[in-house]
Each structure stands twice: as C-alpha cells, then as structure tokens.
Design a protein around this ligand. Sequence first.
Ligand code: NAD
Ligand code: UDP
Ligand code: UDP
Length: 315
Amino acid sequence: MVERRILVTGGAGFIGSHLVARLLEQGHQVLVVDNYYSGSRSNLAHLISDPNLEIMRHDVTFPLYVEVDEIYHLACPASPVFYQRDPVQTTKTSVMGSINMLGLAKRTKAKILLSSTSEVYGDPEVHPQEESYWGHVNPIGIRSCYDEGKRCAETLFFDYRRQHDMPIKVARIFNTYGPGMRPDDGRVVSNFIVSALSGRPLTVYGDGSQTRSFCYVDDLVDGLMRLMATPHEVTGPINIGNPHEFTMKELADKVIDLVGGDATVEYHPLPSDDPTQRQPNITRAREILDWKPTVELAEGLAATIDFFRKQLTTG
Ligand code: NAD
Ligand code: UDP
Ligand code: UDP
C-alpha cells in the first residue's frame, strides 16, 4: 500500500476519530483539521503518540493551505441539537467549508470525499431512498441549515467535477452510531442509552412510530474508505447505511432490554420537520463498493452501551 498524506476535516468528531484510527493503522500520514465545535481532542487522545498524526485547530470556513493527496471532508455538526445551536454557522460550514476544501483539492490535485447525508432526502416520499430520488426538503425550517447546507455542498462537489474534472466522491451517510458518540449531543441512540444507564425515563419524541435505520460506525468507516479507493469515474452519490429499519419505540424497548433494569418511556412533542421514515437502498454500495453492513443492531448497541457505561463510571 502506498503511504498517502490524508486530510480529515472534522477528524476530532465521532465518525472522524474512528476514520483517523483506521487510516493510521494503514500507515498513512493523517492531518486532522477541526475547530472543536462539536468534536473534542479527547476523541483522538488514544492516537496522539502516533508520529503520523498531526492535529490542527482550524475552522474550514477559512482558507487552508496544506499539501495533501486525499481529503475526507467531514467537518460539520451532525446532530440536530448541535447543528441548530448556531444554524448560520452550520450553513457556512457546509457551503464555505466545501468551497475551501474543493479549492484546496483543486490546487493539490487531491481526491476529495464529502460526508453528505440522508437528510438530503428530507421527509422522504419515496421509500426506501435510492440515490436517484431528489428529496422532499423544507427550505426554511429548523433542519434546513443542515439539509440545504449539505445539498449545496453536493452541488459544489458536482460543479467542481463538471468544471475541473476533479476526482470527487459523495457519500450519503444514514444514521450512524457506536462508541465515541457524545453523551449530550441529543441523538436518539446516545439519549436512550444514557437515560437507561442513569435510571431515567427514555424520551420518545412523538408517538415513537417514526423510523430510522442505524449503521454501526465501523461498517460506515469501511464504506467511506472503499468509496475513496474507487477509480476516477466513480463519483457517487452513494448511500452508505444499514437497511435494517425500526421505529423509535422499538429502539427504546431494545435499549431497555439490553441495559436491563426497569427504565420507563416518556413521550415528548415531536420536533418540527422530523422525518417520518428513513431506510437506505444500498444496491449501489453493494455493486460499486462491494460493501454491506456486517454489524447487527443488538451487537452494535451492546458495544455502545459498554462504552457509555465506562464513561459514566469514570466521568
Ligand atoms: P460530529 O459532530 O461528531 O463531528 C463533526 C466534526 O466537525 C466535529 O469534530 C466538529 O468539531 C467539526 N467541525 C464542525 N464545524 C467545523 C468547522 N467549521 N471547521 C472545522 N471543524 C468543524 O459528527 P459526526 O457524526 O462525526 O459526523 C461527521 C460527518 O458525517 C458530518 O459531516 C455529518 O454531516 C456526516 N453525517 C453523520 C451522520 C451520523 O449519523 N453521525 C449521518 C449523516 C451524515
Ligand atoms: N483555497 C484554500 N486552499 C487552497 C486553495 C484554495 O483554502 O489551497 C480556498 C480559497 O479560499 C479559494 C477557494 O478555496 O477562494 C476556492 O478556490 P478556487 O481555486 O476554486 O477558486 P478561487 O476563489 O481561488 O477563484
Ligand atoms: N428522538 C427521540 N428521542 C430522543 C432523541 C431523538 O425519540 O431523545 C427521535 C427523533 O425525533 C427522530 C429519531 O429519534 O425521529 C432520530 O433522531 P436523531 O436526532 O438521532 O437523528 P435524525 O433525526 O437526525 O435522524
């Protein structure tokens, strides 16, 4: 394997830190760029002694001049609580951040991968979602900073491709979970597990009949790395996610079952524009990347519960 200089923006975040660990394992030089908006240096603490890792505090909405061969552009808050906290910054990060990273990729002739999202499908009227579906997105709602920001980032990636024939890769990531999630980022898996472990009621929004399909982080990272390794003609977009779909009430019951104890469920209002259903069609990922998820929900949840149990006991 040829050693490469790889930039990971958002590398101090949940998915980024797992990706960085895998890239270092393969012997690459990894430069992490992160402004710690929703990520943390502690996510990389176990890797810090690796001489191939360099970490730079930098906001991708500002230009960046470094020399690299590949760019995984992940920088962007991903949980509704974080991306809605400063929505203008969220759009700036997606749009200006993508322009800067595409400019960098153009100058250095680096391959560049965007971590887009299933949110580009909005509250989908086509189910399961395949890549050819254009989506059903509210342009002025509380999720729009994230959804429209990522849609514009995808537009920029494809326009740089059309104008400059650049090697771009667009991954549409579906809900991802695993060890390393923040206990306080408000996502459903972390919320449910932390509540169950603390003996508090699990907060189900709405009646809990909305569905999601969760992918374990190791599978997801494997999919991203396979996409980066594809030849020039492969651009995506490619869905990367686990098609196993379930309701949020089913997820609550599963978490209670796995954690043990007698946690209860409490119902809260459904946030606006919350998608009612979501499941990836992963035919393209299977065919083009020879990829499919391998970690079952129960196994992935058990590993995530272990992680949070240790966190809660060690503080
Ligand atoms: P995360 O919030 O843990 O990581 C994002 C990282 O980007 C953080 O470390 C944050 O500090 C950093 N960041 C944010 N704005 C920045 C800026 N302006 N400059 C530099 N760094 C900045 O989220 P994650 O779950 O690891 O998500 C990573 C990527 O994957 C995001 O682009 C997200 O949109 C995408 N994604 C994630 C999921 C999921 O379920 N986790 C689903 C779909 C897409
Ligand atoms: N850019 C960067 N690093 C680079 C090259 C470019 O951050 O190594 C940024 C710079 O801010 C520029 C943007 O990327 O405005 C887009 O670059 P591009 O070359 O596409 O367009 P320009 O704005 O330079 O005409
Ligand atoms: N959700 C919930 N309880 C929580 C947090 C989230 O019922 O404590 C619901 C939320 O309304 C959504 C689903 O779980 O329908 C997934 O939420 P998350 O924020 O994890 O991801 P996203 O909505 O971005 O897919």
